[in-house]
Design a protein around this ligand. Structure first.
Ligand code: GAP
Length: 433
């Protein structure tokens, strides 16, 4: 039953996402491309708002974090040094009967295929990196990889960024960008896809201070979800056991969210020790040590990593915001995240109301993403905006023409207030930024 309800909610959410222009199946007119998605007008705005909030918190509000935008294709030796060529693999099994494919570490292989009980093949290790070729020759010497994480672009630029920004350890480098993984079992809508976007921050610290910084970033990151407006009781930490730890990590915590399909990771916080920089020092034959002037010593910094995904956070905020009431479906998105900040209506399309509404709309659109809607009854216009997550609807009515006041209707409690036309802009500024 729980599974059925969960599917129900995910189905409702994905159809709302399509209807309102949040998420479309990629290549839909060709039958779709498995686990790839396109983001429509509202989805694009929501992703942008999530990115901006993360960037503001991690880069603008801190003096010790710098930004970077490194390339997706990098020298293939990077992925040998990082351990991805050798170790970024999942064990794959196929059902001999129904041909379904599974990750052996996610099922009870002794019980046979979870779908039909059929016999499973022996596990084969499968590397998750997408490969392509650089230049016209398609041979082993020209293989390059689509990055499976943005982190490595940061490590190989550690000294470039440090020198250019004159930062001293401890300091961090933040990056937002696409990553690609040939996942064996993608799924749950945009939760696990083969192309996705990461927001990663690598914080370089003196060895010995790593555990303290690890604790610091753990707390900072879970607190950040308040700013996204996520319900506190839906978040928890999951500490990685020895068996779960990635090859580079000494300690790791996931921040998990309770999705309709169960508690699942939305962010990883890792103590990566000096693994990455030591390996790049070895594989590139370059001295990557940091000279600590105060202590007059050289060392390879330890790295504390915070890593989350834009697409996965978008799913998180949509699931968290989705609400059904007897009369309406409403997305209770935090105004700061909402794709459209306000909708402007003329109560009727005559008597000078559209002219006033259009003037207001033109004025607001200079600074806010606003929407002008003239179609259908006001009630229907409200419902459409509720479902899209628009926090405010502003209506120009007969009274506006007499006393220059408008109604502002709030999405969550549906209450209306009347304010002066010239107070609308400061109202939005106050409630949305
Ligand atoms: N650099 C460390 C790293 O990549 P990860 O735990 O593999 O760690 C971090 O990934 C985050 O990236 C995840 O918490 C998730 O938000 C996002 N992510 C990873 N794989 C993803 C996928 N296939 N689809 C969508 N998001 C993904």
């Amino acid at each position: 039953m729980a599974q059925k309800n969960s599917n129900n909610l995910m189905d409702k959410l994905s159809s709302l996402a399509k209807r309102r222009g949040y998420v479309f199946q990629s290549s839909e007119i060709y039958g779709g491309l498995n686990s790839c998605y396109d983001y429509g007008p509202l989805g694009t705005e929501l992703k942008k708002n999530i990115r901006e909030l993360w960037w503001k918190t991690m880069v603008y509000e801190r003096e010790d974090i710098e930004g970077l935008d490194s390339s997706i294709l990098m020298h293939p030796r990077i992925w040998e040094a990082s351990g991805h060529v050798e170790g970024f693999t999942d064990p794959l099994v196929d059902c001999k009967k129904c041909k379904m494919r599974w990750r052996a570490d996610q099922i009870e292989t002794t019980e046979g295929c979870p779908n039909c009980g059929g016999e499973l093949t022996e596990p084969r290790m499968f590397n998750l990196m997408f490969k392509t070729f650089m230049g016209p020759l398609e041979d082993a010497a020209h293989v390059v990889y689509m990055r499976p994480e943005t982190a490595q672009g940061i490590y190989v630029n550690f000294h470039n960024v440090r020198e250019a920004s004159r930062q001293k350890v401890p300091f961090g480098i933040a990056q937002i960008g696409k990553a690609f993984r040939n996942e064996i079992t993608p799924g749950n809508f945009i939760f696990r896809t083969r192309e996705f976007e990461q927001m990663e921050m690598q914080y370089f610290v003196k060895p010995g201070s790593d555990e303290e910084w690890f604790g610091f970033w753990k707390e900072q990151r879970i607190d950040w979800y308040n700013r996204l407006g996520i319900k506190k009781e839906k978040l928890r930490f999951h500490e990685h056991s020895e068996k779960e730890l990635a090859h580079y990590a000494k300690a790791a915590f996931d921040i998990e969210y309770e999705f309709p399909f169960g508690w699942s990771e939305i962010e990883g916080i890792h103590n990566r020790t000096d693994f990455d920089l030591s390996r790049h020092q070895e594989y590139a034959s370059k001295d990557l040590r940091y000279y600590d002037q105060e202590a007059n010593e050289k060392y390879i910094p330890y790295i504390i990593e915070t890593s989350t995904g834009v697409d996965r956070l978008m799913l998180t905020v949509l699931v968290d915001a989705y609400d059904e009431e007897p009369e309406r479906v409403v997305l209770r998105l935090k105004p700061q995240l909402a794709p459209v900040k306000a909708a402007v209506f003329a109560l009727v399309n005559k008597e000078g109301m559209p002219e006033v509404a259009t003037r207001l709309f033109e004025n607001l659109r200079k600074d806010f993403k606003v929407f002008y809607d003239a179609a259908g009854s006001v009630g229907r216009r409200y419902r459409r905006q509720d479902e899209a997550g628009t926090p405010y609807c502003i209506t120009i009515d007969g009274q506006t023409l007499q006393d220059q006041t408008v109604t502002i209707r709030e999405r969550d409690n549906m209450e209306q207030i009347r304010i002066n036309l010239d107070k609308v802009y400061p109202f939005l500024k106050e409630h949305i930024t």
